[in-house]
Design a protein around this ligand. Structure first.
Ligand code: PEP
Ligand code: MG
Length: 324
């Protein structure tokens, strides 16, 4: 029955009681964006810029970078035009992430070659410490792509840890008429979510890294897979802190890590205050279909039960029981 519901789910994302929960797609390039735009996802919750430049030795010029963003935005701009939306660039949500170079995704032109501990090193937004122009040029490229496609993308920074980082990033994004946000991937950002939201318009929780950094367990280590589990109560507690901050500020909080692709966990995340979920296009229908079967009240009960559980397995069982 679950598979049948997923096969026919056409969006938009809604709980059984009508509460809207945007279900978005994670995309890696223009082709994936075209696939997503042809499916039920309402937009893009995460475009991973760095995946387009993994093998690139020298920084592409602004024009070349803009070309990559145009490819991601264009399919959704076309879809919005076909649907006859307001056409002011705000009718589709596309979230572009600035370069998340470093750690497991080294990029020759952006990251230091030798780091003792790259997961804790100069990655994500931290590359601006070595070359501030790198971010400026990316944002110029995004602004060009926005002009050319008529969409007004949301732009977020990865690996943000301090309020000053959020403030400076937001100023650079706003200066170009774009919508600024930060990812919550470092526990510091979750703990200070309310203060981050004083500067930016949205948060997006990257549960892959948030789990790695909360449990201090390398996300690539098979030996530590039990720790690297977004059902860990400590991770859920940080999601709860972030979700509550979003609700108090009246600003959206998404999840774009693998956790959003797990339909049961998606319900728990919504119960913790998350307002959108972004997963690989293939996972989108199952998540949307599951959300359509539960109420916000049930999601909140599942979230409370999962938060109280002693470990991931107990959290899963408790959430499933609460959802009935
Ligand atoms: C995350 O950390 O959850 C995330 C979405 O970013 P990435 O997987 O690209 O590090
Ligand atoms: Mg990450």
């Amino acid at each position: 029955a679950e598979r049948a519901a997923a096969a026919t789910w056409a969006g938009p994302g809604r709980l059984a009681d009508g509460t809207p929960v945007a279900v978005l797609a994670n995309v890696a390039d223009g082709g994936a964006a075209a696939t997503a735009a042809a499916g039920p996802a309402e937009g893009v919750g995460l475009f991973r810029t760095e995946l387009c430049f993994l093998g690139t030795a020298v920084e592409p010029d602004v024009e070349a970078q803009a070309g990559v963003y145009v490819e991601v935005l264009a399919p959704f701009a076309e879809r919005a035009r076909a649907a006859g939306g307001p056409g002011d660039g705000t009718d589709v949500k596309v979230v572009l992430r600035t370069l998340d170079a470093g750690s497991d995704k080294p990029i020759a032109y952006a990251t230091p070659a030798e780091e003792e501990n790259p997961a804790l090193g100069v990655r994500g937004l931290r590359v601006v410490r070595r070359d501030a122009g790198l971010l400026e040029r990316q944002l110029d490229a995004v602004a060009l792509a926005a002009d050319r496609t008529g969409l007004r993308p949301w732009v977020m920074a990865p690996m943000v840890a301090t309020e000053a980082e959020a403030r400076d990033f937001a100023a650079a994004v706003r200066a170009r008429g774009l919508v600024p946000g930060v990812m919550v991937e470092v526990p510091a950002a979750a703990l200070l979510a309310a203060r981050m939201l004083a500067h930016v318009d949205f948060l997006s929780i990257g549960t892959n890294d948030l789990t790695q950094y909360t449990l201090a367990a390398d996300r690539l280590s098979a030996d530590l897979a039990d720790l690297n589990d977004p059902w860990q109560p400590a991770v859920l507690a940080l999601v709860a802190t972030t979700g509550l901050a979003g609700q108090r500020a009246g600003k959206p909080v998404g999840v774009c890590g693998e956790a959003a692709a797990d339909p049961l966990l998606a319900c728990v995340l919504v119960g913790l205050g998350v307002t959108s979920l972004s997963a690989a296009s293939a996972a989108v229908p199952a998540v949307g279909a599951r959300l359509a079967t539960v109420t916000l009240e049930q999601c909140r009960a599942a979230a409370a039960a999962a938060l109280d559980a002693a470990d991931p397995a107990a959290a899963r069982d408790a959430a499933a029981a609460a959802l009935g």
